[in-house]
Design a protein around this ligand. Structure first.
Ligand code: FAD
Length: 414
């Protein structure tokens, strides 16, 4: 495995960095001012999207685009360092049409949509004209186990009728969000992993009601993590995505690359937090010394560097694995980075907050928001524990204990 950035990737890194420094970073203040004043999407987002697309910095995340689809066709390994740069500003990835959950939804539609569904939904998503949401989690059941989902998708003539309640549905408050990919149950008598299906629900379908945008650690995300009611929602059967009963498998396929994109961006967010921590530690003096000369601050800086570099290499390995053996074969690496990287993200932010003093908890630095998002990522796309459980299962399966067989490394029997 060679993780050195190729010339092509170095050139793209420079291009994305210059784009960020020229067009995005100078607008951070304006973004906050407009969002705080209730203007969302912000006034300049479409102009920036057009500029990014003109520069060829568009849909960088999809390696297997068709000839007529816009994008760069980078591998996951090539995309990782670019997503890292985007991760430095919470809203930057949308400028490049690389933001979650649209990326995962585009991947899903790319793999499973019918020609009609592609035309109606995938095309405008790839063009950045609309936004979308993925609706699986429910308030009533432990949704880290997708077999618990209770939303019903019932056949009625040529239609499906959907009844249920979802929450924490990202993007649902985005005014351009026109599509909900809804996971529910079509057959309660099927084996537990074949009961689920996914249907495409246009946002304006009667019976779809966004109840509220749920705050996350008391922080309101303008794109929303919403609670949504589906009451007698009727869509044609042609809105089924994939086959009936394939919902669980589709969810697995969707979450693989999506998880790694979050991790790539988290590395960038942690890197920014470390940069700010280092600068602050040089700018402030306490007890006659610069902060970095005080032992624990220096340790915070060093530990953060070690953890970020470890995490980056691990993410690159997972990206390499997806490119070379496929997401299915790379599932242990994907689970490992998903269980690791959000904790690195929050740990580095936490240390940076401490080094900043009280200011670290204020909205005057990106640290509190970044910590909040890192913390949320320990749930989004499955909580840490579920990933740890899968990793442990794979480890245990790979090394079976054989009763009676001596282990030559031990000096006594087990
Ligand atoms: C900011 C944010 C955005 C989100 N966006 C979306 C979205 O767009 N669409 C969507 O459908 N969902 C979304 N989610 C929801 C997320 O996917 C769920 O929160 C997650 O899957 C966990 O489900 P749950 O909240 O029901 O927790 P539960 O399933 O009730 O789990 C609670 C806790 O039980 C423990 N636990 C669970 N399983 C195990 C296990 N196997 N071993 C040990 N302990 C375990 C863990 O501590 C876990 O945190 C989002 C969440 C957040 C915070």
């Amino acid at each position: 495995m060679d993780f050195a950035y190729s010339q092509k990737v170095e050139a793209l890194r420079k291009q994305v960095r210059v784009f960020m420094d020229t067009h995005i970073v100078p607008r951070i203040r304006q973004w906050h001012e407009e969002v705080n004043a209730g203007q969302y999407p912000v006034s300049f987002i479409e102009t920036l999207k057009e500029q990014a697309r003109e520069e060829g910095l568009w849909n960088l995340f999809l390696p297997h685009l068709r000839d007529d689809e816009p994008g760069t066709r980078l591998t996951n390994l090539e995309y990782a360092p670019l997503a890292e740069i985007m991760g430095r500003v919470s809203w930057a990835s949308e400028v490049f049409n690389c933001n979650a959950p649209d990326t995962g939804n585009m991947e899903l539609l790319h793999m499973f949509a019918t020609p009609g569904q592609r035309e109606q939904w995938l095309k405008p998503l790839l063009d950045g004209k609309i936004r979308s949401a993925f609706a699986m989690t429910e308030p009533a059941v432990a949704s880290s186990d997708a077999t618990n989902i209770t939303t019903s998708i019932r056949r009625d003539g040529d239609d499906y009728v959907i009844e249920g309640r979802k929450w924490f549905i990202t993007n649902a408050a985005h005014p351009n969000c026109e599509l909900f990919i809804v996971m529910g149950k079509t057959d309660l008598d099927a084996p537990s992993h074949r009961q689920q299906s996914m249907v495409l629900v246009p946002r304006n379908t009667p019976g779809v009601k966004v109840i509220r945008n749920v705050k996350v650690v008391n922080h309101v995300a303008p794109e929303g993590h919403c609670e949504i009611e589906f009451k007698g929602v009727r869509v044609p059967r042609s809105n089924l995505l994939g086959e009936e009963g394939a919902g669980f498998a589709l969810a697995q396929a969707r979450l693989g690359p999506g998880r790694i994109h979050h991790c790539m961006r988290s590395i960038g967010a942690a890197e920014l937090a470390l940069e700010l921590m280092v600068e602050r530690s040089q700018a402030r003096t306490a007890f006659g010394k610069k902060l970095h000369e005080l032992g624990s601050v220096a340790q915070s800086i060093a530990k953060s560097r070690i953890e970020i570099d470890q995490a980056r290499l691990f993410v690159l390995k997972a990206a390499w694995m997806i490119d070379n053996v496929g997401a299915k074969e790379a599932r242990k690496e994907i689970a490992m980075i998903k269980a690791l990287v959000p904790s690195v993200h929050t740990a580095v932010c936490e240390r940076a907050i401490q080094v900043f003093g009280a200011m670290g908890l204020s909205p005057d630095t990106p640290l509190a928001d970044s910590w909040t998002w890192g913390r949320a990522l320990r749930f989004a796309d499955g909580p840490d524990e579920v990933h740890l459980q899968s990793i442990a299962r794979m480890e245990i399966k790979a090394r079976q204990y054989e009763p009676g067989k001596e282990n030559p490394y031990l000096l006594a029997s087990m």
